[in-house]
Design a protein around this ligand. Structure first.
Ligand code: VAH
Length: 312
């Protein structure tokens, strides 16, 4: 079966639902440190599990005959700046747990998410290449860079089949975002529909790589299903769909929500965003495993506004 660590998170929730659709509910064990909302528990097995507890994960793996693990538990960029040591311990401790289960041949395949946060202030910002200068300046980015190095090391030294993508900022409606710097691109839709107004914590012109969640989930499963012989990257694949600045997403929302107003109040997250790329070159993912995005900004706004309106 398949084990999801961090199943209540922004990506974990949607990965769990999609994997259950594809493999049947009973085949996907959703776990998290906390109880999420009902939708996960209604759709299949759920257990409380701390991703930093090796023995506890090993028990679940043996008991449920787990072959594949998706490690979606982490502390994201903004929160990690507030609790650096807790972020490092969670992000790295959980990764070593699953990599070592792979090394012990207790599981066969691992997915671990990296992020555009792995790039730093002196990384080329336009069409950032797969291999380039990376001096991440955030706790979260440092944990992603170290994590990528360990994934490649465990693949080369111990043959662990670990696969990874560098997610851009992700936009979705099923869950609230979890303490990231790109969260403005999720909050803006909810606020626009609820109050017709949004105060953005990043300033005009802050262009960031972004992706609609359906594309991110599809990319993840496409990589996991790919023929391993075709995979030339075992650190983490660049992945891209679109890039935009706050005023551009606001513009598309104004077309759907007449009178929507946005103002700007940059906070500590501006410095984090300024250290990240404007756009990403994902040609390696396209060559190696056929990646191709579907959602651009127009389609994303169309989908987000219509789905959130249904929830009202
Ligand atoms: C964050 N959404 O903002 C996450 C992601 C690309 C950003 O890693 O921290």
């Amino acid at each position: 079966s398949i084990l999801i660590l961090g199943a209540c998170g922004q990506i974990g929730t949607e990965l769990t639902l999609e994997l259950r659709k594809r493999h049947g509910s009973e085949a996907v064990i959703a776990t998290d440190i906390r109880h999420g909302d009902a939708q996960l528990k209604e759709s299949g097995p759920f257990e409380l599990l701390d991703a930093t507890d090796y023995a506890a994960i090993e028990d679940v793996v043996m008991h449920h005959e787990v072959e594949e693990v998706y490690l979606m538990a982490a502390m994201l960029s903004a929160t990690a700046e507030k609790f650096p040591m807790r972020a490092w311990n969670l992000n790295m401790g959980s990764l070593f747990n699953v990599l070592n289960l792979g090394k012990e041949r207790k599981i066969d395949k691992i997915f671990w998410p990296s992020s555009i946060a792995v790039f730093g202030p002196n990384t080329p910002k336009k069409e950032t290449p797969q291999n380039t200068l990376m001096e991440p300046s955030t706790v979260y980015g440092i944990s992603k860079q170290a994590g990528e190095r360990w994934c490649e090391y465990y693949f080369k030294k111990f043959g662990v089949d670990v696969r990874s993508v560098r997610y851009p900022g992700l936009i979705s409606w099923k869950t609230l975002p979890g303490g990231g710097t790109t969260d403005y691109a999720v909050e803006i839709y909810r606020e626009a529909i609820a109050h017709g107004q949004y105060t953005c914590f990043l300033k005009k012109g802050t262009q960031l790589p972004m992706m609609y969640m359906d594309d991110a989930i599809r990319a993840t499963l496409q990589l996991m299903d790919a023929d391993p012989e075709r995979l030339t990257i075992r650190s983490s694949y660049n992945l891209a769909a679109m890039s935009f600045a706050p005023e551009e997403i606001a513009e598309t929302i104004q077309q759907k929500v007449p009178g929507f107003k946005m103002d700007y109040k940059p906070d500590f997250r501006q410095e984090i965003a300024d250290s990240w790329p404007n756009s990403i070159d994902d040609s390696k993912a396209r060559e190696d495993w056929g990646w191709k995005p579907v959602y651009d900004l127009e389609k994303t706004t169309e989908e987000m506004v219509s789905q959130l309106n249904k929830l009202r």
